[in-house]
Design a protein around this ligand. Structure first.
Ligand code: FPP
Length: 249
């Protein structure tokens, strides 16, 4: 098949070689605010706009799944005012954006341990999952109270329980058994991980799922990450030689 070049996006992007699943660590909101003499929460507010733009751009480009790291299991250690602001922001955004997500054919899902989140936020999450569950335009996973090590512990416990109940033999456990017991069981592994603000860390994000993902780190702070920056990430991805540990024939 001849590779087509999209005309509406960067002419360098090859539409036949798009990543199917992009994961993002949205870092640098606090620094963006500090640089402007603003409170940190302004950075988060602005970061939420960026995420919305990225989701729309993924859909327009034809990227099937976007997974965004919104709140880690470690983020509870932030000042109480910031944690409360973030919980309120998530809830307000879900209320405000639900209609648009329905119209834009977005299917939203959440990954993480949702049980300690405020009850009113959990209600909004359930409502948005229910109302968008049949949408197919773009799959949007939001990681809230997510930690990869915690996810793996939960998976091990669930698998051990099945072995104990005689539903599974220990020598039947393989990669797909593990994958099926993670929060991400319904998504393929990310092809591309983008991290903003220059930090070279995975920060307990999708440690199993990112095993063969291409990693793109940019110094741009998340609130400044725009479609042109996204194009650069895709172009970089398309130049990579993905061998998955094998030798090219
Ligand atoms: C990291 O920047 C950002 C966060 C912990 C919050 C990200 C949340 C959003 C962008 C809102 C998303 C909304 C929904 C509904 C998914 P940081 O505070 O660690 O920045 P710093 O490293 O500069 O301090």
């Amino acid at each position: 098949m001849t590779a087509q070049l999209l005309t509406t996006f960067s002419s360098e992007i090859n539409s036949a070689k798009l990543p199917k699943h992009v994961a993002v660590i949205m870092d640098g909101n606090g620094r963006w605010a500090k640089q402007r003499g603003l409170p940190r929460i302004e950075g988060h507010r602005r970061g939420a706009n960026t995420l919305k733009e990225m989701l729309r751009y993924c859909k327009d480009l034809g990227i099937e799944t976007l997974t965004a790291y919104a709140f880690s299991t470690e983020n509870w250690g932030r000042p109480t005012g910031e944690v409360n602001f973030l919980m309120g922001l998530f809830e307000r955004l879900l209320q405000k954006e639900l209609r648009e997500m329905e119209e834009e054919d977005v299917c939203i899902n959440f990954i993480g341990d949702l049980s300690p989140l405020p009850a009113s936020l959990q209600d909004e999450m359930r409502r948005s999952i229910e109302r968008t569950k049949n949408n197919q335009g773009v799959f949007f996973n939001v990681a809230i109270n997510y930690g990869s090590r915690h996810e793996m512990i939960k998976a091990c416990q669930a698998i051990a329980e099945k072995v104990q109940q005689g539903e599974l033999a220990s020598n039947e456990i393989d990669e797909s058994t593990i994958s099926q017991h993670l929060y991400t069981s319904s998504s393929p592994d990310p092809d591309l991980l983008i991290r903003t603000s220059g930090e070279m860390r995975l920060s307990n994000f999708l440690l199993w799922q990112l095993a063969y993902s291409e990693i793109y780190v940019t110094d741009t702070l998340w609130p400044d990450f725009d479609s042109e920056q996204f194009d650069l990430a895709i172009e970089s991805f398309q130049q990579r030689d993905r061998r998955f540990g094998k030798v090219k024939k």
